[in-house]
Design a protein around this ligand. Structure first.
Ligand code: SF4
Length: 60
């Protein structure tokens, strides 16, 4: 599984960073998502993907 994030879609809600803080964080300037580990897996990652309000996170 490879995770990708679309920063253009990101609404800076921070849900992903709360759900999986070792995989996602937020840019200090604009609050948009920053992906820390594109190969991460597990229930936290699933929660982050399904919890994103703008569907900005995908896994392939
Ligand atoms: S949950 Fe979605 S909208 Fe919120 S910060 Fe993460 S990627 Fe952006």
């Amino acid at each position: 599984m490879v995770i990708t994030v679309d920063r253009e879609r990101c609404a800076s809600s921070g849900q992903c960073a709360l759900a999986a803080p070792e995989v996602f964080t937020q840019d200090e300037e604009d609050g948009r998502v920053v992906l820390l580990d594109e190969n991460a897996t597990g229930p936290e990652v699933r929660r982050a993907i399904t919890g994103c309000p703008t569907q900005a996170i995908r896994s392939t």
